[in-house]
Design a binder for this molecule. Structure first.
Ligand code: PRX
Length: 649
């Protein structure tokens, strides 16, 4: 591997630029006429049942309305119109089962998708689901998940996906908050070669929940499942339903989905996205950033459908563009560490979009593994979810992209709905490790502590977005105040505060430095310190808990918890191994295995300010094995000595 890439290598090749969707003139067009630019994109990229009268209504800021008066159907845009255009035979989804062909790998064309989505839409309607009703979806990475989402979109029932790795408690909280009417799940899921149950978590979650009338169950693993009166098999309902369905146009601002994400409090926020603007920006960015050419590319985004990346870059963006894509059910190491590269070779994947944590894991496994496969089809690589360190960036390009494929580092959030800051692969001279600049139509600044924009290289500030954008969240479900307070008050009402620290370099590239609030990013999964602390103190042996994200070589950050046990819970000479394991399992049960602390340290006290606020900075020093920083604002300055003595430091 060459350690140093010359600047020339980082400029787009003329051959690539000649065919790139994203062109330099887009920046100038968007700067010259912001609303006109988005209006043109909306009319060119989407099929409207009724044209809009107004591009943006920002009069009630921060509550935006985009494409006012326009009507469209998302499922029609993602499926039917491609069939009508004569592309019904094009493969929409190459589904690769974790266990391979014997476990149900199959290809779905756009015509297949149209039939299946129509069947699912008819079924939901027959269950009494109408526009505006919420449907919770708790499914593994199988085609039915995509079909279910599109069926909801088709009838205007906002979906709320819950990642299959979340526990029944987490699922329950989300079902209750959205008052879902139907839940769609599966009997089980394949994970690392094993069939694991899924439905029991739904049964448990629904205990005492009034709103849910039916549970629609996909048979995936074929295991025994307990059955309730409200349960229906997918294969007995959806697969026998009529396979035609007329999509009804929805208002451009009709709710499309709710997706829960962690914030700075214990309660997850339901991020609300709506129809026209969201679909437009996910399709636009998939076209100009991933450079998707639907006639020739085979696209693969490795995210799970339960996260926003799966929503925007497996379902809505690529399907609106008529893409052919790979959807893989399993993990990168099942049944061997070359599984991903085997899939790239099998389907001749041309565009790969994944997360830095996965790249770092592959680096650890060694480049000899991808080198065994033919990856020559790859022409664009993307990264999302957390900062990508330059070393991982270079490895990705060298060993997966043959040293030549452009790597686009894309910054965005559940709240932004679609990519906001990223190079354009046919335009931008790349800078390994940097997301570089806002895409055409998006505007960002970095503010100092006083809220003044700073352009000084290397001066660290707060990342803000300075103009509304089509795929922006519209509110926090059921909590407009929380929406305003969380995103538009710190530097508001003019600026959307993203929660990330950032800086410019000498060349004017933006470097995202990670969260400045109490949100952690573990393997690209967003977790809140408060949520894990609340889970820990629910345990009857825990008196107090503080959680920090500590830097971790592979996962970016790792969850490290400091707990004070209740009196009598710990004994002299007890090394606490048993209670630590019990608490880790307890967090997995309350939230999900992704939230399990890597390390739990039992301490006699926690460092607090006089006002009682936990000084996480000091705990982070401890968790990362650094010398503890300035502790003078502690209420009791001897606390850190007591903790360190207890930890044997
Ligand atoms: O801290 C940023 C980080 O992930 C956060 C958003 O997390 P989530 O809503 O779960 O969405 C993840 C997928 C879009 C951001 O506030 N983040 C995301 N992408 C990048 C990133 N940090 C640095 N570079 C990125 N490319």
């Amino acid at each position: 591997m060459t350690d140093q890439t010359t600047p020339d290598d980082l400029a787009p090749s003329p051959a690539f630029s000649a065919h790139a969707n994203g062109t330099a003139d887009l920046y100038a067009q968007a700067d010259a006429d912001f609303e006109g630019f988005w209006a043109r994109q909306a009319r060119e990229r989407l099929t409207w049942a009724k044209d809009f009268d107004q591009t943006l209504d920002w009069s009630n800021a921060p509550f935006a309305k985009w494409f006012v008066g326009g009507q469209l159907n998302v499922a029609y845009n993602c499926v039917d119109r491609h069939v009508e255009a004569g592309n019904g035979d094009r493969v929409a989804i190459h589904f690769e089962a974790e266990g391979g062909d014997d476990f149900g790998s199959r290809a779905l064309t756009y015509a297949d998708l149209q039939r299946e989505v129509s069947q699912a839409a008819n079924t939901l309607e027959s269950l009494g689901v109408t526009a505006g009703d919420r449907v919770a979806i708790y499914l593994p990475m199988i085609p039915e998940a995509i079909v279910a989402m599109l069926a909801c979109a088709r009838i205007g029932a906002p979906h709320s996906l819950v990642f299959g790795g979340f526990s029944s408690e987490a699922l329950k909280a989300r079902i209750e908050d959205a008052a879902a009417k139907v839940v769609i799940t599966a009997d089980g899921q394949y994970r690392r070669g094993k069939a694991l149950p899924l439905k029991p978590a739904v049964d448990q979650a629904l205990n005492g929940v009034e709103s849910v009338e039916h549970v629609l169950v996909v048979r995936r693993t074929g295991g025994e499942v307990a059955w309730n009166e409200r349960d229906l098999w997918w294969h007995e309902t959806v697969e026998t339903a009529a396979d035609t369905h007329t999509p009804q146009p929805m208002d451009a601002e009709h709710p499309l989905f709710i997706l829960y994400t962690s914030g700075t409090t214990g309660r997850p926020k339901g991020i609300l996205h709506t129809t026209g603007g969201y679909l437009l920006q996910s399709a636009y960015t998939n076209s100009i950033v991933h450079d998707l050419h639907p006639e020739t590319d085979v696209y693969w985004c490795t995210a799970d459908i339960g996260w926003v990346t799966g929503h925007s870059y497996i379902v809505y963006g690529p399907l609106a563009n008529g893409a052919t894509q790979v959807v893989y059910e399993g993990t990168p190491d099942t049944p061997h560490n070359g599984r991903w590269w085997e899939i790239v070779e099998k389907y001749k994947v041309t565009i790969l979009y994944t997360a830095p944590t996965a790249i770092r894991t592959c680096m650890k496994w060694g480049h000899e593994i991808p080198e065994k496969y033919d990856l020559s089809s790859i022409r664009v690589l993307g990264s999302v979810g957390e900062p990508i360190n330059p070393e991982a960036w270079r490895w990705y390009r060298e060993y997966i992209g043959a040293g030549t494929a452009p790597v686009v580092d894309t910054w965005w959030q559940t709240e932004t709905g679609a990519i906001m800051i990223s190079p354009l692969p046919g335009v931008t001279t790349l800078e390994p490790g940097s997301a570089q600049r806002p895409i055409p139509g998006v505007s960002a600044e970095i503010l100092d502590d006083e809220g003044t924009p700073t352009h000084d290289p290397e001066s660290v500030g707060y990342l803000v977005l300075t103009k509304p954008w089509p795929s922006m969240l519209r509110t926090v479900w059921g909590d407009d105040d929380r929406y305003r307070e969380t995103y538009w008050s710190r530097f508001g009402p003019k600026y959307y505060f993203a929660g990330d620290g950032a800086k410019y370099d000498e060349k004017g590239n933006i470097w995202i430095l990670g969260r400045v609030d109490d949100v952690m990013n573990v393997s690209g999964h967003r977790l809140s310190t408060a949520e894990i602390e609340s889970a820990l103190v629910l345990h009857d042996r825990v008196a107090e808990a503080a959680v920090v994200g500590a830097t971790d070589e592979t996962t970016g950050q790792a969850v490290v918890a400091f707990v004070i046990l209740r009196q009598g819970a710990s004994h002299e000479g007890d090394d606490n191994t048993a209670i630590v394991e019990e608490l880790r399992a307890h967090v997995a049960k309350e939230i999900g295995p992704i939230a399990k602390p890597r390390t739990i340290m039992v301490v006699p006290e926690l460092p607090k300010t006089r006002s009682g606020k936990i000084m996480r900075r000091l705990l982070r020093d401890l968790a990362e094995g650094r010398e503890v920083g300035d502790a003078t604002t502690l209420a009791d300055s001897s606390v850190m000595n007591v903790i360190q003595a207890g930890l044997g430091n």
